[in-house]
Design a protein around this ligand. Structure first.
Ligand SMILES: *Cc1c(COP(=O)(O)O)cnc(C)c1O
Length: 373
């Protein structure tokens, strides 16, 4: 008789569904025996990393026999200078996903509650459940709202009670691309008791061009219960290195620092991130390409008579008016990988990462073909 190991796991873990990543190109090509496929499924930068970051990685390679700097001195210094924050406010993570997990391990436990929105980023429920805490999920804005499927901050506020310990706010949110204005988000934060941690997840911060998008770092000294998370995985094109960070009050950073592994971010990631941070031109060209790509995808959708959720990030979710999964499967056979979002409560949508112009054209043509438009 073999042991029922599931019954040995923590109760949250017993019912946990693993995160579903975008399908890797190599996996698709192996499965279908095809080549030349295109992945627009994980919101990676189609321009790749800054060439300066690649150079920095090469020079760091010879030093990989040594442990990395566990405190990430050089990267924290570069971030502190660039963002005008104290080094003690910064926590480095193995991707910003790790920061989300550190928050859960630091502040959550069975009996404690977490609030996040319907259609919000999939890692919030995972880190909540893994530590046995309870998720309270607020209804999102309706489809006819000015920000369809976006976070409804009043609905989130209404779920706060004595057990609430953490609130996750994605701005912009993935997979909807919806965002919150500075005035509404600050108003919300003001209404949250200061013993509740508010995580503002800004993985796509650098892409957003809206005037009313918040400068949330200026809030950190005023509201010491907020944690702003950002990443090098998206606009900086370093997703494979796994490096992200948070800005918080030094007290909160000190707590996160107690929980993290001593060498949670590796030496290549730290060196690549320092170099990437200095290459502002790469960021600017990425923003421009993204703006043009969003417009290109939208006009392709419009030609097909499809609607979409307005996005300020580097992806867009399109409404197919039919189940997305079979369309996703057919696109795979065209060598195009996008992202089904049925697991986000959006079964008729597919999320498409904005690519380079010719990549966007390819995904539009493939979509036209498989849905018969
Ligand atoms: C991609 C993403 C992240 C972070 O990913 P990392 O690679 O772990 O930094 C965080 N939040 C949202 C909403 C994302 O889409």
């Amino acid at each position: 008789m073999s042991c029922d190991f599931v019954s040995l796991a923590l109760s949250g873990v017993q019912h946990l569904k693993p995160y579903q990543p975008g399908k890797p190109i190599k996996e698709l090509e192996r499965e279908l025996g095809i080549s030349n496929s295109l992945k627009l499924a994980s919101n990676e930068n189609p321009l790749g990393p800054s060439p300066f970051a690649v150079e920095a990685l090469k020079s760091e390679l010879t030093a990989i026999a040594y442990y990395p700097d566990g405190n990430g001195f050089a990267l924290k210094k570069a971030l502190a200078d660039k963002l005008d924050v104290a080094e003690a406010a910064i926590t480095l993570g193995n991707g910003s996903n790790e920061i989300l997990e550190l928050v859960a391990r630091t502040f959550l436990a069975p009996g404690r509650e977490v609030i996040f929105s319907e259609h919000a980023f999939a890692v919030y429920p995972i880190v909540t459940q893994a530590v046995g805490a309870t998720a309270q999920i607020s209804a999102a804005n309706s489809i006819d709202h000015a920000m369809p499927y976006g976070h409804d901050l009043d609905a989130m506020q209404a779920l706060i009670n004595d057990k609430t310990r953490v609130i996750f706010v994605a701005n912009p949110n993935n997979p909807t691309g919806t965002w919150l204005r500075s005035d509404e988000l600050e108003n919300f934060i003001q209404g949250v008791p200061e013993n509740i941690i508010v995580v503002i997840d800004e993985a796509y911060f650098e892409y957003v061009e809206e005037d009313e998008y918040p400068d949330s770092l200026q809030w950190v000294s005023r509201y010491p219960n907020i944690i702003v998370t950002r990443t090098f995985s998206k606009i900086y094109g370093l997703a494979g290195l796994r490096i992200g960070y948070s800005i918080s009050s030094p007290e909160v950073a000190d707590l996160l620092n107690r929980v993290r592994q001593p060498f949670n971010t590796n030496s290549l990631a730290q060196a690549g991130a320092v170099a990437a941070l200095a290459d502002n031109n790469h960021v600017l060209s990425s923003v421009k390409m993204n703006r043009e790509g969003l417009a290109q995808l939208q006009s392709g959708f419009a030609e097909m008579g499809l609607s979409w959720i307005p996005s300020v990030a580097n992806f867009i979710s399109v409404n197919l008016n039919q189940p997305g999964l079979p369309v996703y499967q057919k696109l795979l056979h065209e060598g195009v990988i996008v992202r089904p979002v049925d697991n986000y409560g959006l079964p008729d949508y597919l999320r498409i990462t904005v690519g380079r112009s010719e990549q966007n054209e390819r995904v539009i043509q493939a979509l036209k073909k498989v849905i018969g438009k």
